[in-house]
Write a protein of this length. Structure first.
Length: 123
């Protein structure tokens, strides 16, 4: 019974120390620099990826005029890419929100195939 009392006392001490530390960090934030306010929910250049991004401009051109480069990029023919996209599009589509547009299933699939094929990220 004495061992259980010691464990209970130890837990109360730990909880007190944690709450004390949490209180100090809250006071430090309030006394220190104010929390920086966000300027943007999403940076403007990211919002414009539909207009300036590679998927919006480059992929249609590659698909129609440079099929070998397109095939090298996604590692699939355009017809096979479309068949795969038709099958998985409902599962990978994300809902549009009022905060930011979602990434299209076509773009999501192209990026995933590129990463899986090369093992590197696109920057």
């Amino acid at each position: 019974m004495a061992a259980r009392a010691n464990v209970g006392d130890f837990m109360r001490v730990i909880q007190g120390a944690v709450s004390l530390l949490a209180g100090e960090t809250t006071q430090e934030r309030e006394e220190g620099k104010p929390k920086r306010r966000r300027r943007h929910w999403v940076r403007p250049h990211i919002l414009a990826h539909d207009y300036h991004g590679a998927h919006a401009h480059l992929m249609p051109v590659l698909r129609e005029q440079e099929r070998d480069v397109y095939r090298n990029f996604v590692r699939l023919s355009p017809a096979l890419f479309d068949r795969i996209l038709a099958r998985i599009s409902p599962k990978i589509a994300k809902e549009e929100t009022r905060f930011r547009p979602s990434i299209t299933p076509s773009e999501r699939l192209a990026i995933t195939l590129r990463i899986l094929a090369t093992g590197t990220l696109i920057y």
